[in-house]
Design a protein around this ligand. Sequence first.
Ligand code: ARG
Length: 462
Amino acid sequence: MMQEKLYGGRFEVGQDKYFEKFSESLHFDKRLIEADIQGSQAFARALESVGILNADERARIVAAFEEIQLEAKNPAYFDGASDEDVHSFVIRQLKIKTGALADKIHTGRSRNEQVSLDTRLWLRSTIETTIFATKNLLAEILQLANKYPHAAIPGYTHMRRAQAVLWPHYLLAYFEMFARDMERLQQVHARTNVLPLGSGALAGSAFPFDRPSIARDLGFAATTRNSMDVSADRDFVLDYMHAANLIMLHLSRLAEDWILYSSEEFRWLELSDAVTSGSSLMPQKKNPDSLELIRGKCGRVFGAYSALFVTMKGLPLTYNRDMQEDKEQLFDSADQTISCLNMTAIVARNLTLNPEIPEQACAESWVVATDIAEALSRAGLPFHQAHKLAGRLVLHGIKSGKNPASFTAEELQTFDPQFTADFVPILKDPRHGMKTRVVSGGTAPQTVAAALLEAQARLEQL
Ligand code: ARG
C-alpha cells in the first residue's frame, strides 16, 4: 500500500499500482534526506519570519526534524516505506511527530525548488569530498615524483620512443591535469552554492521571504535570480558531471600508462601485490585489476553524462518529471569518481619504479636523435639539413646494429665531418640533451626540480 500523496484533492481514483512503483524515486533519492531536512529546518525559520509559524511552532518543527535526522542515520529507517520521493517521506515523518502542525511546512514551497535545493546541498558537500580526494591524489603524485627525482624514461608519441624525459617531468604532466580538475571543481562549487528556495513551483513564492537571509542560514554564497530557471535548471549537475568526466579521463590515461609500464613487455613499474589479482588457472599471473577497473569505470561515468544531457535536451520550460532521472546518474558518477581517485592514490603510494629499465630503453633507442639535430643546428647547420643528417646517422646505426652510445669520435668523423667530438657525449647519454631543455615547462633537471618545488607550493594553496 503506497503512502498518502502530497496531492490528492483533484483526483477521483488512486494511482495504478504499476505507475506508483514506476515513478517512485525514494529508493535512490533517500540519499538526499540529510539535505532535505537541513533545507526544511531553514524553511521553517523562514516561515516564522513571514508569520506562517509562531516561534513555538517553528521550534517544535525544527526539533522534530532534528529527531528525524538522527533516526535516518539507521539505514533500516526506510524499510517498507512506499512514499513517492524523499520529500514526501520526510513530510510524512514530520506528520507522525507533530500531527496537524506539519501541514504548514509546505506553505509557499514546491518540490520543484526543494529538489534543486536538496541536490545543491548534497552536491556542495560531494564536491568538497571530490576536491579532497583529488588533492590527496596530487600529493601522492608528487611523492612518487620525488621518490625518483633523477630517473630518466623515454617519453612517447604514437606509442614510439620519442625523447628522454625525467620521471618527475612525466608525473608532473598528470599533476597539471588534476590541478585543472581541482580548479574546475572549485568553479562548479561556486555555481552550485546558490540558494534556489523562494522560487516556488516556477513563478516565485507568494510569501515575502528574505531570500538572502535563508541563503546565509544554509551557507549559500548567493541566491538564484530567476524562478523559472530554478525549476528548469540542471546545469549545475551537468557541470559537476563534466568535471567528474575529465577526472575519469585523466585517471583512465594514467591507468593505461601504468598497465603498460608494469607489463612484462616494459617492466619499468612494479605494482604492489596489494592492488593486483591473480588468475584462477594460470599460477604466474599478477594482473593490474585495480587500474583496469579505474579505466573500465569510465564507461559508466561517461555514459551517465551523456544520458543526462539527452534527458535534458528539448525539455520545455520549466520542470518536467524527466528531470528526476538526474539523480541516479549524478550519484553514480560521484561515487565512481571519488572511489577511482582514492584507488589511484593507493596504487600510486605502493608503486615502485625500476629506474634502470627505462634508462636502458633510452640508451637502446634513438631518443637522442633530436638532440643531435639541434646540436648541429646550434653549430650553424639549417635545421632541415641537420634533421636529415641526424636521420642518416640513425639509419646507419640501425642498419649496422649500433646503439648511439657505441659511436666513437672517429666513427662519427668518418660518417660526416660535421660530427665533431662534441657529439660523443650527446650520443652517450640522453641526459646531455635533456640539459638543453631549460625553457620553462621543459625537462631540464634544474627546471624539473624547480617545477617540483613549485607544484608542492601550489598544492598547499589549493
Ligand atoms: N522526485 C521529484 C524529482 O526528483 C521531485 C520533484 C517533483 N515535482 C513534481 N512536480 N512532481 O524530480
